[in-house]
Design a protein around this ligand. Structure first.
Ligand code: DGY
Length: 443
């Protein structure tokens, strides 16, 4: 293990967050992502909370300005003025003003992202040292996060089984994960009917080769177009969307946020019952429907095909975060992970996001293999709660070593033989924010 100057690394991370701060929120990256993103904001708030709680609160307040009347928390809030960089699909493309549920200002996209906000609030409370001065802010955000969870259970769980579905790969946060390949391939694209569009992400030359393919993008755009043609009407989208998947990362995070919101409810003298109920409901459903006893992973489920999708991504381990598996299941999951992701081999950086023994693994392409720091963060937290303290520590240390060696990238090549392992954009805010959190937790 390389010696790291933690103080210097901490300063670099803070500088990145300071540079990406716009005055109202923190951009996920200086150019590639110039607006405010949903789960990015959650992770970024965690970083700020260690040294500037005011900014952490502002980050979340800013994000929730974009919440819809029906509770949906959008994947992107187009905070005006968007400082630096161009992004597609931008505010005009989404046409969310055609929905009566969307706020007029700020303009937002019309889909959501993994619901990290409940657990982020709990982390802020912990990181404040349980400072009573934070209580008014927690009281302010509590009903908003509750409205988000209500939205998810009301509109994304059509069979009332405790599992919510995503209707766009961007909602998963793990955009071009191999888990979505077949569901996307079933969507036939008629180029004549697809709106014309120009990708902006490919302008960023260094990142271009590691970004999703054009055929993925056609389908991303097809789905957005479908939603806007239905004016974001929940019933219509539910009826017509060809991509509806229950994913263990989304539901594992929801489970953990439910648990944290129940604790916050107790703290704030609010009613915790809904959250206890949802936590048990989703935990039970993950174990009954998505647990794969052969592979010791949580699979995904395609609601359209009514079939499980065998899942070999790191998403399948995220239920550890939410206390979903029992101790025996957790033990088996760790063994699986050791075999196919977190290698004890010293030629691999932990934790590749796709199993190394799968033919489709691609060490350079976005969510098809590279290491992502937010996944490491969630896994290390999950391992910690099940008592796998050394493994959790290993993930924290390897994350810091990766960042210290290659910079604050968006994602990293898991092969140690590579000399340039940092991919995607540099100066990536959640890498910096979670680096700050890791360093503080390592103290
Ligand atoms: C992108 O544009 O790549 C984002 O991941 C969408 O949320």
């Amino acid at each position: 293990m390389k010696t790291i100057d933690y103080e210097a690394l901490l300063q670099q991370a803070k500088t990145i967050l300071a540079n990406n701060w716009t005055g109202a929120f923190t951009k996920p990256a200086p150019h590639l992502y110039p607006h405010q993103w949903n789960w990015d904001a959650g992770f970024i708030a965690l970083g700020h909370s260690h040294y500037d709680m005011e900014r952490a609160c502002q980050e979340l307040r800013s994000l929730f300005r974009g919440q819809w009347d029906n509770g949906l928390l959008p994947q992107i809030v187009f905070q005006a003025p968007a400082a630096g960089g161009r992004y597609f699909p931008g505010a005009d493309f989404w046409q969310t003003h055609t929905s009566s549920e969307a706020p007029g200002d700020p303009i937002t996209s019309g889909i959501t992202m993994p619901p990290v906000h409940g657990f982020v609030l709990w982390e802020l409370w912990q990181n404040s040292g349980e400072d009573p001065q934070l209580i008014p802010f927690l009281k302010e955000l509590f009903p908003k996060v509750k409205a988000l969870h209500e939205y998810l259970y009301e509109y994304r769980d059509p069979m009332h089984e405790g599992l919510v579905y995503i209707r766009h790969p961007w909602e998963s946060g793990t955009d071009n994960s191999p888990t979505w390949d077949e569901a996307l391939a079933r969507i036939a694209i008629d180029k004549m009917k697809l709106p014309t569009y120009e990708r902006q992400d490919l302008q960023h030359k260094k990142a271009a080769a590691q970004r999703p393919n054009d055929s993925d993008y056609d389908r991303y755009i097809y789905l957005v177009d479908l939603f806007r043609r239905h004016h974001y009407d929940e019933g219509e989208m539910e009826a017509h969307c060809p991509f509806k998947i229950q994913d263990p990362l989304f539901n594992g995070i929801l489970c953990y946020s439910n648990e944290c919101m129940a604790k916050l409810a107790e703290l704030l003298a609010e009613d915790p019952e809904d959250f206890y109920g949802w936590h048990a409901f989703t935990r039970g459903a993950l174990n009954e429907k998505l647990w794969n006893r052969v592979t010791a992973r949580y699979d995904s489920y395609d609601l359209h095909q009514q079939a499980l999708i065998p899942t070999y991504t790191a998403n399948s381990f995220i239920p550890l975060l939410g206390g979903v598996p029992d101790p025996q299941q957790a033990q088996r999951m760790m063994a699986t992970m050791m075999g196919t992701h977190v290698q004890e081999r010293d030629d691999i950086w932990n934790c590749p996001t796709y199993a190394l023994d799968q033919a489709k693994v691609d060490f350079q392409k976005y969510w098809r293999g590279p290491v992502w720091i937010n996944i490491n963060w969630m896994l290390s937290k999950g391992m910690q709660r099940y008592g796998f303290a050394e493994d959790a520590q290993l993930l924290r240390e390897q994350s810091l070593e990766l960042i210290d060696t290659f910079g604050f990238h968006e994602y990293f090549d898991p092969r140690k033989e590579q000399t340039e392992n940092g991919y995607g954009t540099d100066g990536f805010s959640w890498t910096a924010a979670l680096c700050i959190d890791f360093i503080n937790k390592n103290k």
